[in-house]
Design a protein around this ligand. Structure first.
Ligand SMILES: [Zn+2]
Length: 108
């Protein structure tokens, strides 16, 4: 049985898990090398990496929130309805992006 929302949720959770570990490693590395100084070239690289991972982590958390909102919409019977105009979301759009909250017209 295909469960695109469950798969999307699991994928988002795995992504958050991996990124959290990566983030912790960067923080640990910066502590170990004591290169957390922005003026130190190595410190600047670490600060940049940390920022990149933090941004990816934020995106992964949004992805998880979208998947969970979609699961709730299925339970509430509103799945596949546009949050903005109330119209139906095209099945092709839901197939490509199971967590879509708006129809293609409202999304563009
Ligand atoms: Zn719409």
């Amino acid at each position: 049985m295909s469960d695109p929302l469950g798969e999307e949720r699991a994928a988002a959770l795995a992504q958050i898990d991996a990124l959290t570990r990566q983030f912790d490693e960067i923080v640990a590395a910066s502590r170990a090398s004591n290169a957390d100084d922005e003026h130190d070239p190595e410190g600047a690289t670490i600060a940049f990496e940390r920022q990149q991972v933090a941004a990816l982590l934020a995106a992964a958390r949004r992805r998880l929130a979208d998947a969970e909102a979609a699961v709730r919409a299925v339970e509430g019977g509103t799945y596949g309805r546009c949050e903005s105009c109330g119209g139906p979301i095209a099945p092709e759009r839901l197939a490509a992006r199971p967590t879509a909250r708006t129809c293609i017209t409202c999304a563009t």
